[in-house]
Write a protein that binds this ligand. Structure first.
Ligand code: NAI
Length: 736
């Protein structure tokens, strides 16, 4: 390949007195271009000015035999910069909009000056210089322009609201000029560089500054500005000698507005996960591309069926709701022993690490009792027939389309510690919710003396079975209560174990979705998910402990909505609001903030006057322990990955400012190893110190490593580049 030369070309590089700009100027000059080295020579916050910075670079270029001239104006005076190029070299071919300052502040503290100065230098400055150069480039039918964006703009960054908005503004400017300039052979591209410079040295370790030399960005910029390069309207991320193209990715999308569908916020909410699913993405690359889907939506709307005028139930041959309503399942008996009740308690997070575990885990304990939420188990087994083919009107339902939507359980007396229960399930109602059908099943459970022990209501959602002309609501459904907007009165956090679903399923729900990764993948999940009724058990326990002193006889009823799944290993947080004897509840996953149980409540017969403190959250093992254990297993199975990383890492995991756990990760071919403590031989290549929660967030993808590093949450000693490779070992968690 020929050397990429720039003889006869004139390049104007703004902010070229140091950092990245200087490297661009030197490399262009080395390859034959005449350079205007612009730099105001102020401080990083935009104060002061000096000719020294620009002069120094001009001298460097000239000393090597290159052609350069200095310009000391601010980019806000764009005309003057371009005039320097025209006066000295007679043309302008290349413009690198690079000058920049920082005035980082948290958003609340950002002053008008912080905002305006940053926008004036980055966005307005680039506009002024580019507008001055534009007619000349148009005239000569040639131009190459670079806009310097930033990862802060593309992804956001704490403390950089002013800077990130200006930087993303530059991407918009570049995108539009790429279109306007196309017919004049003017190509415009944005770069998002990463380099150690005076702007970043205060937030980078010396090792990072060394590894991220500005020079490692310059060849990318120089290539983009060569006449042989046809890239236009692209965003290029680059640093450390690496570069890549960035694009917009769009989720599948969905036309919800149809002639037979009410177009309401609720319909949007119901379809949210389908419309925002990224498993079949598209990559719109122009406004025409992007808007095309709206025309398709219109087309789909026009072709959608008119609402049916009669109330005929039309959703497929085997789906006939009117036949199914009122159907009673044959009575189902369910026998259990204290052993089963204990297994269930373990399944919903009772642990010997809790002071009050004996009454739920030890059958010889004086107070041994069964958790009230166990009352769903006999009923669930009785209603399993719903998923078979024996119910008239529901013969053809597709079990993979069934979602458990809501659950109600009421106990009339505490569950015996063992016995045989008989349950009778009835289909109470089937509702038409448009995008699906809601099936309401009521189940009465009796003990051996035919006393009613429990009443359950299972509400399932059958995706895609709607539009049969049925009613939308039913008075048979047990009421829900909205989660209050005020802060909760009490809150308990508890981490689930990675084996939680594997234990819970042994109580009766053997759906492979909760244990088999390939089955979970078919359902669109990155791993097997926890049973909704398992989280339901956690919520029951948390309320019982917080407001009833763990007295199971005080439990009356519970109702919840299942909103999202929990993944085994995540932390369930039960928020509680007391309203007399009714405790409103909402459960969230701490790691993601997702609400998993919503609009729920638990009724107690009597709320304990002295509430227990939610101390459980303090007695947990380090979350990191679970990650390192899993990582050890993964590494044993992935010698290739281990070979690629090739390093030894020591992780100091802190809790309350003390190192609470140490792990050594040996990722060296031919196989990897993870163990507790310091390296058994030699020294670690890299030592990482992080708080337990931060480490967990980092590996689960909710904390960005670079941000963690900059915020001082991730402390690294040794070979930092090697640590980036170690990220691969954690990748499976990032999908959580
Ligand atoms: P730098 O501070 O070394 O270079 C910026 C130069 O711009 C300085 O020499 C400064 O005197 C000059 N300048 C500031 N205001 C000016 C004005 N009004 N008129 C003319 N010159 C002016 O910093 P660095 O890192 O080389 O930054 C270059 C560009 O790259 C900036 O736009 C920055 O925001 C961007 N960037 C840098 C990243 C990095 O990791 N270093 C990351 C993302 C973006």
């Amino acid at each position: 390949m020929d050397t990429l030369r720039f003889d006869g070309r004139v390049a104007l590089v703004t902010g070229a007195g140091g950092g990245l700009g200087r490297e661009y100027a030197l490399l262009f000059a080395e390859r034959g271009a005449a350079i205007v080295v612009n730099d105001l020579g102020g401080d990083i916050k935009g104060g002061g000015k000096s000719q020294r910075a620009a002069d120094k670079v001009v001298n460097e270029i000239r000393a090597k035999g290159g052609k350069a001239v200095a310009n000391y104006d601010s980019v806000e005076d764009g005309e003057k910069l371009v005039k320097t190029a025209l006066d000295h070299f007679g043309r302008i071919d290349i413009l690198i909009n690079n000058a920049g300052i920082l005035r980082d502040r948290s958003f609340a503290r950002t002053s008008d000056l912080d905002w305006d100065l940053v926008h004036r230098v980055h966005l307005r400055g680039a506009f002024q210089v580019t507008r001055a150069a534009w007619p000349h480039m148009k005239e000569q039918n040639y131009g190459r322009i670079i806009f310097t964006a930033s990862a802060a703009g593309l992804y956001g960054n704490f403390g950089q609201a002013n800077y990130s908005s200006a930087k993303l503004g530059l991407v918009g400017l570049s995108n539009t000029l790429a279109i306007e300039g196309m017919k004049y052979n003017i190509n415009c591209n944005s770069i998002a560089p990463l380099a150690g410079s005076r702007l970043t040295q205060t937030v980078m370790t010396p090792e990072m500054v060394e590894a991220l030399k500005p020079f490692y960005v310059a060849p990318v910029v120089v290539y983009l500005c060569h006449e042989s390069c046809n890239e236009n309207g692209e965003i290029i991320e680059c640093g450390a000698g690496w570069y890549a193209k960035l694009r917009l990715q769009r989720s599948k999308g969905l036309v919800v507005r149809k002639k037979n569908v009410n177009f309401t916020p609720e319909e949007i909410c119901r379809n949210w996960d389908i419309a925002t699913d990224f498993s079949e993405p598209s990559y719109p690359s122009s406004i025409q591309d992007a808007n095309m889907v709206m025309l398709q939506a219109l087309e789909e709307y026009n072709q959608s069926e008119e609402p049916s005028s009669n109330n005929e139930e039309t959703s497929g041959d085997g789906f006939n709701p009117s036949k199914a309503i009122g159907f009673q399942f044959p009575p189902a008996t369910f026998s259990y022993t204290s052993r089963d009740a204990i297994l269930y308690a373990l399944g919903v997070g009772v642990s010997t690490s809790q002071t009050d575990h004996l009454k739920f885990l030890f059958e010889l304990n004086d107070e041994f009792c069964v958790l009230p939420s166990y009352g769903v188990i006999p009923a669930q087994i009785a209603s399993m027939g719903l998923f078979g083919s024996s119910i008239p009107g529901l013969e053809d339902i597709d079990v993979t389309k069934i979602l458990h939507g809501e659950q109600y359980l009421e106990l009339y007396r505490p569950l015996p510690s063992s016995g045989t229960l008989t349950s009778v399930a009835t289909i109470l109602d089937i509702l038409d919710k448009g995008s699906g059908a809601v099936i309401v099943v009521g189940i009465e459970t009796f003990d051996e003396s035919k006393q009613l022990v429990a009443y359950n209501q299972f509400i399932t959602f059958l995706v895609g079975a709607g539009h049969f002309g049925g009613k939308r609501n039913s008075d048979k459904i047990k009421q829900s209560f909205k989660t209050p907007s005020r802060a909760p009165d009490a809150s308990v956090k508890q981490i689930t174990t990675v084996d939680q679903a594997a234990i819970y399923r042994l109580s009766g729900d053997h759906n492979p979705l909760h244990i088999d990764p390939s089955f979970a993948a078919m359902g669109g999940f990155s791993q097997p998910i926890l049973h909704g009724l398992c989280s339901f058990g956690y919520a029951t326990r948390h309320v019982l402990k917080q407001y009833a002193g763990n007295d199971v006889s005080k439990f009356k009823a519970i109702k919840v909505r299942f909103s999202k799944p929990v993944l085994p290993g995540q932390t369930i947080q039960t928020n509680m609001w007391k309203q007399e004897n009714r405790i409103l509840i909402q459960c969230k996953v701490v790691e993601t903030g997702d609400v998993v149980l919503s609009d729920g409540y638990i009724e107690l017969t009597d709320v304990a006057s002295v509430t227990t403190s939610p101390a459980e959250s303090e007695s947990y093992i380090l979350k990191s322990e679970m990650i390192f254990n899993e990582m050890g297993k993964q590494m044993a199975q992935s010698p290739d990955l281990v070979g690629k990383v090739n390093g030894v890492f020591l992780y100091n995991i802190t809790a309350g400012n003390k190192v609470a756990g140490q792990w050594t990760v040996v990722a060296k071919a031919p196989s990897g190893q993870v163990y507790k403590g310091e390296p058994k031989s030699g020294k670690a290549d890299c030592t990482v110190t992080m708080a337990d929660e931060d480490f967990f967030q980092l590996v689960t993808g909710s904390l960005n490593p670079q941000q963690a590093f900059m915020a001082g949450k991730l402390k690294v000693k040794g070979n930092i580049m090697l640590l980036q490779k170690a990220g691969k070992l954690f990748e499976q968690y990032a999908k959580l």
